[in-house]
Design a protein around this ligand. Structure first.
Ligand SMILES: [Zn+2]
Ligand SMILES: [Zn+2]
Length: 225
């Protein structure tokens, strides 16, 4: 499955909290197999193919939509797969310029009523290709343009700039486009996306110390590939 051309069916609602107006977008159907749990600096998500696509499409939308909160309701995911080593969480992706405090999310979430259906089609190049020449620059940018993370209201928030999302996007592209072939060729292989969140260890300013480096590890379920 290639990301370009995927039609992502969503539900969209307009919300206002604390004088700020924004959109909340979520998949038309909650992902059925994407339990997300949290541990010390590490967050674990276990996906099947449709859920991997939901995550990549959500990532694409969050990167390019600074006035949109992208919400993946994952707490009620039906599967019992995976060892849950913390409490189950939803995932919210949003642009840092939105300025929504995570403590206000519960209030925003409660306003999502009568959402409108909308289908977003992923374009030819949903994410920029990072060339070898971009690599050193991206290493610099990762230090200054990382995804912040926080948890509140049973939700993991990833918050950043378009660049911060796009620097991690190739992990998700690979999860959708490359992992199924790897798993078919080598049954039993461990296939995952390792998404760096928080500040890299070398970026140790006071500002970053409270949001130290962590990882969102998105693994393909061994039983539901
Ligand atoms: Zn892994
Ligand atoms: Zn499973």
């Amino acid at each position: 499955m290639k990301l370009p051309g995927i039609a992502w069916r969503t539900l969209t609602a307009d919300v206002a909290v604390g004088g700020r107006k924004f959109r909340v977008v979520r998949p038309a159907q909650p992902p059925k197999h994407a339990p997300l749990s949290t541990g010390y600096r590490s967050h674990q998500m276990l996906v099947d193919k449709p859920s991997a696509i939901d995550l990549a499409a959500a990532w694409w939308l969050a990167a390019r939509s600074p006035r949109t909160v992208v919400w993946l309701p994952l707490r009620q995911t039906a599967t019992s797969c995976g060892s849950c080593y913390g409490r189950r969480l939803d995932l919210v992706l949003m642009h840092h310029s939105l300025g929504l405090p995570v403590a206000a999310w519960k209030q925003a979430r409660a306003q999502v009523r009568q959402p409108r259906p909308h289908t977003a089609v992923l374009p030819e190049r949903p994410f920029p290709d990072l060339s070898e020449a971009d690599y050193e620059e991206s290493r610099w940018r990762e230090k200054h343009d990382h995804l912040r993370f926080a948890t509140a209201a049973d939700t993991l928030f990833l918050i950043g700039s378009r660049t911060a999302f796009e620097l991690q996007a190739d992990q998700l592209r690979g999860l959708v486009e490359d992992c199924p072939a790897h798993m078919a060729a080598s049954p039993g292989t461990h296939c995952c996306a390792e998404i760096g969140i928080g500040a890299t260890p070398s970026a140790s300013s006071d500002k970053n110390r409270r949001n130290a480096w962590g990882e969102l590890h998105v693994e393909y379920c061994a039983d539901h590939r």
